[in-house]
Design a protein around this ligand. Structure first.
Ligand SMILES: O=P(O)(O)OC[C@H]1O[C@H](O)[C@H](O)[C@@H](O)[C@@H]1O
Length: 526
């Protein structure tokens, strides 16, 4: 029997506040520190480990977090989710993104349809379409092959797929699997669409219109922008556009598209990279086999998230340490710092994933909660960030927990030895150095040069960023956010907080404003 309870009503949560704090600088020094780095590690999937040696935890804290995870029934709730319970209470929907990459539990039938079969059918249709485009069986009006794919979408219909594309672009080129270049148009700023259109050859481009709802202002505006450009080039837009949407959306039955692929209301936008939303663009860019490997990696991480033992379940442990940092230690933010240029847009994706899911102050029943919930998420790849905002992370008045991601090997493999080390070694040396610098600090008589230390971080260490590890990484964070939402008794799968601004913007455009809104409208020349 599952109980949905607020965090502060749980006995184990109350106990957590009394658990002795860890002195991180001490714990990470000398032999003791070395032992922690060796032992405080859990495998996420093959070739990917989560190391939490530099977090402010020890066995006692982990035991207390395990108790809270048990009392909050986190793994049971995950099980209920993948077995098809209505977890998205706000919108009365199931939450089925895990089914796009595997069947973790029971068959889930909704609206009379076996949902796993539905998602697989869409994957197969996309694979068939992509193969035909690559083989030159689906061609443009002049009978020529398409060379470029342009995704038009915003939020979840942009950030995840874009981050995944960028993460695999160089890997695919290196491995001879690069089929089509992908570009993305998201912003309603006309400069976004114009710049992309200027940079491509429209006659050889397929546009993927992605909108789950089929009603998003930015996306529909950009569709018209692109259709105009196609028309001006003397091309038939319907021969250049495909749609990814839900079957119930206004776009679903339109003749305006060469093909349409579907997801459904049970896949939240920010959880849609493994559905047709990511599937279409990634299969066109790299081929369906690469997309299948990506799903395989995600499925493996999902499987490991079903483990009841917090020490063997990286997503659960990461989530629980995050809750401890947020609610007990009182830290307001978390930075995600991939030491991998390929993951340049991954933090942007996580911003939406985490903050749109858990940035809430009412519980899943709509009642206010008396505790803090999701942290602010931000990040940039290292080492670039080191030369930017790390000053505050090292010496600022707030402590910001850090999530490093690093890989032993580069994707392309081209490297140079300068002063006895490769660039890849320099990259990895920096991440190792940062972890210890943040944790241990360094005392100096000059206060300006003093480092307090005690600044916690974790690191996900991988062999190499490839489709499988990328899929696992993506699923890890999705599952982490899900577990945290469960702890906080939130509905992590709706996003009412984005509505008000949209409503007001419509009012501005209809000139139905007064007061401050009217003056801003005038100031901005609307
Ligand atoms: O895919 P769409 O229906 O066009 O939605 C695109 C995005 O816009 C909405 O405002 C939500 O904030 C996002 O969660 C969603 O991913």
């Amino acid at each position: 029997m599952i109980n949905w309870k607020n965090t502060d009503t749980l006995a184990s949560y109350q106990e957590l506040a009394n658990v002795k704090r860890v002195n991180l600088a001490e714990a990470m020094s000398g032999e003791q520190g070395a032992e922690r780095v060796k032992n405080y590690s859990v495998s996420m999937t093959e070739g990917l480990d989560y190391n939490y040696a530099a977090k402010e935890v020890d066995d006692t804290v982990i035991d207390a977090l395990a108790k809270l995870a048990d009392e909050a029934q986190l793994v049971d709730k995950f099980e209920a989710l993948y077995n098809g319970e209505v977890i998205n209470t706000g919108e009365n929907r199931l939450v089925l993104h895990h089914l796009t990459r595997g069947q973790l539990g029971d068959k889930v039938v909704a609206d009379g349809v076996d949902k796993r079969a539905f998602y697989v059918e869409q994957q197969e249709k996309i694979a068939d379409f992509a193969n035909k485009v690559h083989a030159g069986e689906i061609v443009n009006g002049a009978g020529e092959k398409f060379t470029t794919v342009v995704q038009i979408g915003i939020g979840g219909s942009d950030l995840g797929p874009r981050a995944m594309y960028l993460a695999l672009e160089n890997w695919a080129k290196k491995n001879g699997l690069f089929k089509m270049e992908a570009k993305f148009i998201s912003n309603v700023d006309p400069d976004d669409a114009a710049a992309v259109l200027n940079a491509i050859d429209v006659a050889h481009s397929i546009f993927v219109l992605v909108s789950k709802s089929g009603t998003t202002l930015e996306t529909l505006t950009n569709e018209s922008f692109v259709k105009d450009a196609l028309k001006n080039a003397g091309l038939d837009a319907s021969k250049h556009m495909i749609a990814v949407t839900s079957e119930t959306s206004p776009l679903a039955k339109s003749d305006d598209y060469l093909a349409a692929f579907f997801m459904d209301d049970y896949i939240g936008g920010r959880y849609s990279s493994t559905s047709a939303v990511g599937g279409a663009v990634l299969s066109l860019a790299f081929g369906p086999e690469v997309f299948a490997q990506f799903l395989e990696g995600a499925a493996a991480a999902d499987k490991s998230a079903t483990n009841k033992d917090v020490r063997k379940n990286a997503a659960l442990l990461d989530a629980m340490i995050g809750v401890y940092e947020r609610n007990i230690l009182g830290y307001p933010a978390t930075a995600v710092l991939p030491y991998s240029q390929a993951l340049s847009r991954f933090p942007a994706h996580l911003q939406q994933l985490d903050m749109e899911s858990n940035g809430k102050s009412v519980n899943r029943f709509g009642e206010p909660v008396d505790y803090v919930t999701g942290p602010v998420i931000f990040g940039e790849p290292g080492t670039n960030g080191q030369h930017s905002f790390y000053q505050l992370l090292h010496q600022g008045t707030d402590i910001v927990p850090l999530q490093f991601i690093g890989f032993k090997n580069s994707q392309i493999g081209t490297d140079v030895v300068i002063q006895d080390s490769t660039s890849q070694q320099k990259l990895c040396a920096n991440v190792a150095a940062q972890i210890v610098a943040f944790a241990c600090g360094k005392s100096d008589e000059n206060r300006n040069k003093n480092f307090e230390g005690g600044r916690p971080s974790s690191i996900i260490i991988g062999e190499k960023l490839d489709p499988k590890t990328l899929g696992a990484l993506l699923a890890h964070y999705e599952n982490k956010v899900m577990f945290q939402g469960f702890v906080w008794n939130l509905n992590s799968f709706d996003q009412e907080g984005v509505q008000l601004g949209k409503v007001l913007a419509k009012r501005v455009l209809a000139h139905e404003t007064d007061g401050a809104l009217k003056v801003f409208s005038d100031l901005l020349n609307i």
